[in-house]
Design a protein around this ligand. Structure first.
Ligand code: SF4
Length: 870
């Protein structure tokens, strides 16, 4: 171990000074349990700095603990215990041989092994992965079951009743705590998309720690399932349902005594062949032995015929680095279901520039009238069929759920029992506090906490799905209009946040929201209702309900909107030893700190900020604020100005001049799809497009996400062709939209993006009732500073975050160079300039007239040309 204050950072090459500083700051933040906001532009090796900084800390932390243990042991019995460092030798998941150790150490090792084993058995109650291990020990013991019994909810005990019983019957909670498998100190690394996670794993593979670290990548079943029949089902929801159904089938195959000592024989049901206990255990150990991404893991799992989804979950406790998507760590239910424990651990949240939005999205919930009516119909029939066999308490809660659902349908202007498609409603959008919504629905007398607990403990949604599956097509449920009758379960509700999150990632642009209805039909209606009930248990001030009636009850909807994401982030901040919030562009951070950290109870002394410059030399970047165009027209794209013909034509002249001097690719961002359409129509009619196309081949962001790659390939090929042909075209021009399909996650490096043009300021639509409510919430709950309200600050921040993401597409490495032209004089306001990333702001020039701006651009590219010719 290095001396205190001088940690050593193994690195695959000589790190840049900013990488050294980054790792030092990160190490300090982990050592002192801080919440760190780390900004490091793309192209500065952020991932490697995160990996080497964090793993160096983990190495030293483990070493300190070992030394401490040695010291205690020596003091105790004079015997030194030497255990090799897992981060200085190759990691092995096998406990070290204990033959040469004192008896008490042998005992310890033996007991640890026993505890590991018993903990797996113990947690079968709440850990489905481990349940699989146990179940798979008796795979062929018969197919005796009574499927009808499985559908009926067991006698229900509220928490109070269970506690009382435990108290008098000698509850064994303490013993159980002792048996839980220990989680070693680890780093959880999460990011936004699976491809970002895969990239991170590849960086770990290239790092000096690759041989010594035990890394586990987690993913959804959709990403990790190796059962081809199940994979083919496609959607997250259907894959989850089918997998869980097969586990249930496996469980059902165990012999079971039923009432009267008789056993019934049912038809054999499908089980997944990839969940044998031995296979899972072996795969788990293999996962821990070498760093692999999900693709490599899938190949391995196919070879060994074991399920990687469950094997990786079993590998979490001993792993040192767990790589997982946002929602698995940021949603408490999903966290619990996945076996992720944050207590005392380090969490790194990467690509975190939209963290507030991600948290709000994961914890919001939406229901349509059609879903409510289907859920009501299904539960009413279930209750009717089993009335004589359900205990009184179950009937009471079922009645309460039906009552609440009736109230929800009523606020949409409908009535249960009637076809929701034929009940017409007036188009109205209304925003209510949670309490007002409960009053309006006349369900304020129901204790939703108790109902929610009942949902969880009774698993009524799951039973209901089994019931629907059993009776679908028999006439019993024929009027339920359910098109999807797979068995579902508690986990569906947990993955609801994930589904919603994925939906927003795949969200179509305006006019393209086609698949939403299909997804909605695929979801199990009572699962959705359960998720919405859970959302209503948030504090009154933390959320709102948006009622949106249109056409008829079936398509009308209610949406829970989380206004205070800090409530769901505070536990994460509290549990973790240290949290690192990292991104290429974290500016503006002041309001982010206020909304997510201070509101979650984090003191200023626990927060550290680190922002590093870019590795590129200053002469490789030319950011310009352009206040007016070639004919002197002031550029200010306000709502009133932007559609005037002279503004549009002046913008065309700016672009035309730029295309004359910029080589290779020019990417032009418009503030919205609507504006992009209007200005391009104007340019088409006024001949601007024809003029532009004589300099650059024109491309436009495609309407469909699956065409993005094709357009980018063509854009790139055109630029390459132009670079070698001495024709009239000097490259290509791409029209894109801020926040669109090409404003995040796509690199316009080198010739692909020599100039990024930002037309106007992409302010969000402040007429949206949801945004208005969020602004009002912030104005009421956060301190006002700098002469502007927190609501106004939100609008500015949303705008500048989107700008920063778009302009960050260019300059991706040390040798790259580009100019950035911000066309709107409002960018020159000091408060706005302050929201640009440091490395851009420091070099930004404001030009009130076009001539000098154009001259500096021309000089910039001539200089670059000269350098290339040397
Ligand atoms: S157990 Fe694994 S392989 Fe089998 S269906 Fe479920 S996720 Fe797929």
């Amino acid at each position: 171990m290095e001396e205190a204050g001088a940690p050593h950072f193994p690195f695959p090459y000589q790190p840049y000074p900013i990488q050294e500083q980054f790792m030092q700051a990160l190490y300090g933040a982990l050592e002192h349990g801080k919440v760190g906001i780390f900004e490091s532009p793309t192209g500065t090796g952020k991932s490697l700095s995160l990996i080497c900084g964090a793993l160096s800390w983990l190495r030293d932390h483990e070493e300190k603990r070992r030394q401490e243990a040695d010291r205690l042991l020596q003091g105790d019995g004079g015997t030194s215990l030497s255990i090799s460092s897992s981060l200085s030798t190759t990691t092995s998941s096998t406990p070290p041989s204990s033959s040469a150790e004192p008896d008490w150490i042998t005992d310890f090792v033996q007991k640890k092994a026993e505890r590991d084993f018993v903990s797996k058995l113990k947690s079968c109650e709440d850990d489905e992965a481990v349940k699989l291990l146990q179940l798979s020990k008796d795979p062929q013991e018969g197919e005796l079951n009574n499927p009808e019994e499985e559908l009926i909810v067991a006698e229900y005990e509220s928490d109070d009743e269970s506690k009382t019983k435990n108290k008098f019957c000698g509850g064994d909670d303490d013993d159980e705590d002792d048996l839980l498998e220990e989680h070693v100190t680890k780093i959880y690394y999460c990011s936004r998309t699976h491809s970002q996670l895969a990239q991170f794993v590849h960086e770990v593979q290239k790092s000096p720690f690759s041989q010594d670290i035990s890394l586990v990548p987690l993913g959804s079943r959709q990403n990790m399932c190796v059962n081809e029949e199940v994979r083919r089902l496609g959607s997250v929801q259907r894959i989850n349902d089918r997998c869980m159904e097969m586990q249930k089938n496996k469980h059902d195959q165990r012999p079971k005594e039923v009432e009267g000592g008789k056993r019934k024989r049912g038809a054999p049901k499908a089980v997944c062949p990839y969940v044998g206990a031995q296979g899972l255990q072996t795969l788990r150990d293999t996962v821990l032995g070498a760093v692999r991404d999900i693709e490599q893991l899938l190949s391995l799992a196919r070879e060994t015929r074991s399920c990687p989804y469950y094997a990786t979950r079993l590998a979490i406790p001993p792993a040192q680095l767990v790589v997982l998507p946002y929602q698995t760590v940021l949603h408490e239910g999903t966290r619990r279901a996945s076996g992720v424990q944050l207590k005392g651990q380090v969490l790194i949240i990467d690509e975190a520039h939209n963290l507030s939005d991600v948290l709000s999205c994961i914890h919001s919930s939406e229901l349509t009238g059609a879903q409510l009516c289907r859920a009501h119909s299904q539960l009413a029939q279930y209750s009717e069929r089993y009335r004589s066999r359900l205990k009184a308490k179950n009937l009471m809660y079922i009645k309460q759920i039906l009552f609440v659902v009736e109230g929800l349908v009523r606020v949409l202007g409908g009535k249960v029992g009637q076809n929701p498609h034929s009940q017409t409603t007036q188009p109205v959008t209304e925003l209510l506090t949670i309490n007002n919504f409960l009053f309006k629905a006349q369900i304020d007398n129901i204790n939703l906490f108790k109902v929610q607990r009942y949902f969880e403990k009774s698993m009524i949604s799951r039973k209901l799905c089994g019931f629907i599956e059993k009776y679908a097509g028999t006439g019993v449920t024929s009027h339920t209009q359910t098109s999807h009758t797979q068995t579902a379960n508690k986990e569906n509700r947990r993955t609801e946040g994930l589904n919603r999150y994925l939906q927003t990632l795949q969200k179509s642009p305006p006019g393209q929201q086609g698949a939403a209805e299909e997804r909605e039909l695929a979801a199990s209606p009572m699962m959705q209702v359960e998720g919405f009930f859970m959302a209503l248990t948030n504090a009154n001030t933390d959320g709102r309900v948006v009622l949106h009636t249109q056409g008829n009850v079936a398509v009308s909807s209610m949406k829970f909107l989380l206004l205070n994401p800090a409530v769901h982030f505070s536990q994460v901040l509290k549990d973790c030893r240290a949290v690192i919030i990292a991104g290429g562009t974290m500016q503006p951070v002041s309001d982010f700190k206020q909304e997510l950290l201070f509101s979650a109870g984090v003191g200023a002394e626990r927060i550290i900020e680190f922002s590093c410059g870019h590795v590129i030399p200053p002469e490789n970047i030319l950011p310009i604020v352009l206040c007016s165009g070639p004919s002197g027209q002031e550029l200010e794209f306000t709502f009133q100005n932007r559609d005037t013909p002279h503004m549009m034509e002046e913008t065309g002249r700016v672009l035309s001049n730029l295309c004359n001097v910029v080589p290779g690719g020019v990417v032009c961002f418009f503030p919205s799809y609507d504006y992009s359409r209007r200005i391009l129509e104007n340019w088409d009619a006024s001949g601007v497009l024809a003029r532009l196309s004589s300099k650059k081949k024109i491309f436009q962001e495609p309407k469909k996400a699956n065409q993005v790659e094709k357009v980018l390939n063509e854009f790139s090929r055109t630029i390459q062709r132009c670079a070698v042909d001495a024709g009239t075209l000097s490259g290509a021009l791409l029209f894109s939209v801020v926040g669109g399909k090409m404003s995040e996650g796509i690199n316009f490096s080198d010739d692909l993006g020599r100039c990024i043009v930002m037309v106007g300021m992409p302010y969000p639509n402040i007429k949206s009732p949801e945004l208005k409510e969020k602004m009002a919430y912030l104005d009421k709950n956060l301190p006002h500073s700098g002469g502007r309200s927190p609501g106004q600050a939100l609008i500015e921040n949303l705008c500048m975050k989107a700008v920063n993401q778009s302009i960050g597409r260019a300059i991706r490495h040390r040798e790259d160079y580009a100019c950035i032209v911000l066309c709107d004089r409002r960018y020159s306001r000091p408060a706005t300039l302050a929201k640009l990333p440091d490395w851009i702001r420091a070099h930004t020039h404001t030009h009130t007239s076009f001539g000098p701006a154009f001259a500096s651009l021309r000089r910039f590219f001539m200089e670059k040309k000269k350098q290339q010719q040397l």
